[in-house]
Write a new protein. Structure first.
Lengths: 224, 224
DNA sequence: GGAAAAGTTGACCATTCGGTCAGTCCCGGT
DNA sequence: ACCGGGACTGACCGAATGGTCAACTTTTCC
């Protein structure tokens, strides 16, 4: 909940309302953002059509452009929201406590994220595959710092013999990519497994195995 | 090397030539396919522009449409070529021999693939994230069969206590996604690690760690 | 050498796209 | 009742897009 950078309607008034509704068309804004996330996540920025976003939101195209002056503005807002969701979920990895439990929790948290917001995960993946033209700065800024910081924790664990000696950054890549697979490659997994009730079945089945495999792969031990 | 389904020029004559050049414009065809792979892998089908593909191939747009009647035809050819590359690389996992070595080889083979053909990997990822509208049949057909078949091998290993008890399909997902990360998420990895000579540094550094982590994660043992 | 086939090109067309805009609707305040 | 402004809409515009085509050049084959 942040990231506004546009035009006429925004979080400007909001003070003068009766007190109950938080902004009149604020609902519309979120409707549009939700629809845009969906379309952008499937087609990418260039492939997405404003009118399709509008249709998906159930409103005319003109109305979309009323809230977001340009397609690019809308994309920025959407992807920045997705990114902040992603970064928030990175959260804290408990420095103390035992590594195994810490990572187990972290993995589960990320797994839940891509289960609950698969479109967000896909949009993020799309952006990165496209070369991250929009969020590159965020990646080499905030994310990089986060990795360096948390990487130190990994290094400490490794020195204590509680974690396999893997370049911390690559350990993160491995965790991230594995947890996101089930959202990003849903189509492939669905095709291969022939799953019907995808959301429920797969996640429940896979979660356990995957977490264990990761913990094992990273050689995480319980602090004694 | 197959997959032609278009228009006038194709692998029609080829017999009558002097013997040296295998078709005159056959080079062009491949030029175009290479360029198309690049553009499609960054923008996806809808986002890619025929003219951009043409520019990337260094020829006028009209010439591209001469070899491939429509954008869709070109995309089909390109992605089917990528898919066959992918499926070929699946190759055989040695049924006998020790599991650890078998998977180690398999992972290394896939890792090499995404190092040598990162655009192919990205294009495949894009297609799947978009919902695999074109290759869905292939995935639920050939790929699914392959997984079921090779999954049996995994199950046998598991019964012999040579592999952790993970749903075989998910074991494959894990292997695939980890090996593809370095191609698909290159932008992110580059941003986070600040790597300059990406292609060389990262792959050399990561390969070892990743392979070990996977082998460990899948609980693979050497047959004794 | 010459004609047919294959290859190449820029001009051109219909459609679609992102974005603008004038005008309408709906609301609370006075 | 009336006003003013935010919310909304469909018609519209210029630019870009996928695709066609007729003219032209090159290659192939007898």
């Amino acid at each position: 909940m942040e990231a506004s950078q546009d035009h006429h309607p925004s979080t400007s008034s909001r003070i003068g309302t009766t007190g109950s509704s938080t902004g009149v068309g604020e609902r519309q804004r979120e409707r549009i953002i939700r629809a845009a996330t969906l379309v952008f996540s499937r087609k990418g920025y260039d492939g997405a059509r404003v009118e399709e976003i509008a249709r998906s939101a159930g409103i005319p195209k003109g109305n979309v452009l009323y809230y977001f002056k340009t397609k690019k503005t809308l994309y920025r807002v959407v992807i920045e929201q997705v990114l902040s969701l992603w970064l928030d979920a990175l959260g804290n990895i408990a420095v103390d406590g035992n590594p195994e439990e810490a990572i187990r929790q972290y993995v589960n948290r990320k797994l839940a994220l891509s289960r609950n917001y698969p479109e967000a995960s896909r949009l993020f993946a799309m952006e990165v595959i496209s070369g991250a033209p929009v969020i590159n700065d965020h990646l080499s800024g905030e994310l990089r710092l986060w990795v360096e910081e948390k990487g130190e924790v990994f290094r400490k664990w490794q020195q204590d013999g509680l974690m396999a000696k893997i370049d911390p950054a690559h350990a993160f890549f491995m965790i991230w990519v594995v947890t996101q697979t089930y959202a990003d490659f849903e189509a492939q997994i669905q095709a291969v497994t022939g799953a019907k009730g995808y959301a429920q079945e797969i996640y429940t089945d896979a979660t356990g195995d995957v977490v264990e495999a990761l913990v094992r792969g990273l050689g995480l031990k319980r602090d004694t």
